[in-house]
Design a protein around this ligand. Structure first.
Ligand code: CA
Length: 238
């Protein structure tokens, strides 16, 4: 069992995929690695299975009959019960633009077909570590932002802020080191983990999502972009 994943409960992965052979292969390998597996073959079934089984993570194929993976992801993010559910989008497209589109829809990560089981497992484990595995304790405060790490709640100006698992970890890391500038590579190491290969541009997508969630209209943008260096949480512009 990989470090950081509960030894008591096997994490449940919902595989949403319409290719039967791929589902069989994924189920076999995931179960061998200590995961429980549920299946759905289209988007509608996926939403039903999510409500019924409350998975720890959804592996979501982009190309599905009747409802695309993108639409499923949008619905997952729209519903309060599933807003924080970790989603890995499986795409047959290799164009970066499509991957970024998937992330902008609310997926936490993506992997392009064909993929190796090792690469997929690394992403699943990294995302589960980010989303839930070992919750930190205590409170963090910076400017008008408060993070209750024990309750896993974020507030700005007293208003609740909902963040996806990756945005939450990013903010937590920034707030542990306020005003310090981190490069994309440093952020990938700290938040995604050193054992996983992710395009540095992925960081930009999650920073955009963090900004969108944490900055309400008229509020100061507390995420500072430092050209050619990286990002910081700061109240000073440039
Ligand atoms: Ca498919």
């Amino acid at each position: 069992m990989p470090e950081g994943i509960s030894r008591l409960a096997k994490p449940l992965v919902l595989v949403v995929e319409d290719e039967a052979a791929l589902v069989t292969m994924l189920r076999y390998n995931l179960e061998k690695q200590g995961f429980r597996v549920e299946e759905a073959t289209d988007g509608q079934e996926a939403m039903t299975r999510i409500a019924e089984t409350q998975p720890d993570l959804v592996l979501l194929d982009w190309m599905l009959p009747t409802m695309s993976g993108l639409e499923v992801c949008r619905q997952i993010r729209r519903r309060s019960a599933t807003r924080d559910l970790p989603v890995i989008m499986v795409t047959a497209r290799t164009e970066d633009q499509d991957a970024v589109r998937g992330l902008n829809t609310g997926a936490d990560d993506y992997i392009a077909k064909p993929f190796s089981m090792e690469a997929l497992l690394a992403r699943i484990r990294a995302l589960l570590r980010r989303s839930s595995a070992v919750p930190s304790k205590g409170q963090l405060a910076f400017h008008d932002i408060a993070m209750d790490l024990t309750a896993h709640r974020v507030q700005r100006n007293g208003r609740p802020v909902h963040l996806g698992p990756t945005e939450y970890r990013l903010l937590e890391f920034f707030m542990l080191h306020p005003r310090r500038v981190f490069s994309r590579e440093e952020l990938l190491d700290a938040v995604w983990g050193p054992d996983i290969h992710v395009e540095p541009r992925t960081v930009d997508v999650h920073i955009r999502r963090l900004r969108k969630s944490i900055n309400a209209t008229g509020e100061l943008d507390i995420v500072r972009t430092v050209r050619a260096a990286g990002y910081a949480v700061d109240t000073e512009p440039v």
